[in-house]
Design a protein around this ligand. Structure first.
Ligand code: C5P
Length: 225
């Protein structure tokens, strides 16, 4: 029987937050930001292991107390210069069985719920390709020219915003990332193989903390739960 594993790339710096501390360690409700995503993944009974991919020179991870998350958590100090490289290095270091499922989740999405996670697992566990959480685009999309003026308007019909987790079989994902290392999510690498990952309807609360104001939003959301 195939196992489910989570893999959380957390080797980035998060320059857009404009902070000295790497984004994954910024305080959020009294814990490092990444604690929240790791906690949701570790609490899911179907997930066997939660790998967290850190920069090789990360000195902060071990300065926090992760004991509340139990023994599923496994740090891997093999992050790369891009997100895709961190994920690929993590997958290779984790030495998973070919048919095991991997759920890649951004460490910077702290508001993932058990409900959404379970929905993804249920909807994809019998899928041939795998897929991702995503939401249909709500706003009108504009293309900008070099002077930051609108050059055209994109038809939003049929457009979805990709989130994480993104769930694929381990061997397929390794193969995909070895062939496309410039992608910004796992699904793009799978698409480049000619496959069509499934879109599982999520909601906007599973946003990625990217800018300082996102941290405040996440704090309010987590405190209300
Ligand atoms: O920069 P961005 O917010 O898109 O990063 C998404 C996730 O990928 C974050 O959790 C970040 O730490 C991770 N990442 C990584 N290795 C990199 C760049 C980003 O693990 N070289």
């Amino acid at each position: 029987m195939s196992l489910f594993h989570a893999l959380v790339p957390a080797a980035g710096f998060g320059a857009r937050m404009g902070h000295e501390l790497p984004k994954q360690y910024l305080p959020l409700t009294g814990k490092p930001l990444i604690f929240h995503a790791l906690s949701t993944l570790c609490a899911c009974p179907k997930i066997s292991t939660v790998f967290v991919v850190l920069a090789p020179d990360d000195t902060l991870f071990h300065s926090f107390d992760w004991s509340a998350l139990g023994d599923k958590l496994q740090p891997l100090y093999c992050g790369g210069v891009t997100r895709a490289e961190s994920v690929l290095n993590g997958l290779l270091a984790a030495e998973l069985e070919a048919d095991d499922w991997v759920l890649v989740h951004d460490g910077a999405r702290p508001c993932l719920t058990q409900l959404l996670l379970d929905k993804l697992l249920v909807e994809l566990c019998n899928d041939d390709t795998g897929g991702i959480l995503a939401v249909p685009v709500a706003d009108t999309l504009k293309c900008a020219d070099q002077q930051q003026r609108i050059s055209s308007t994109q038809d939003r019909a049929g457009l979805w915003q990709a989130q994480t987790p993104q769930m694929f079989r381990a061997r397929l994902l390794v193969q995909a990332l070895q062939q496309s290392n410039r992608v910004t999510d796992e699904a793009s690498a799978i698409e480049a193989l000619g496959l069509k990952p499934r879109l599982v309807l999520s909601d906007s609360t599973n946003f990625k903390v990217t800018y300082p104001q996102d941290l405040l939003l996440a704090e309010v959301l987590l405190q209300r739960r």
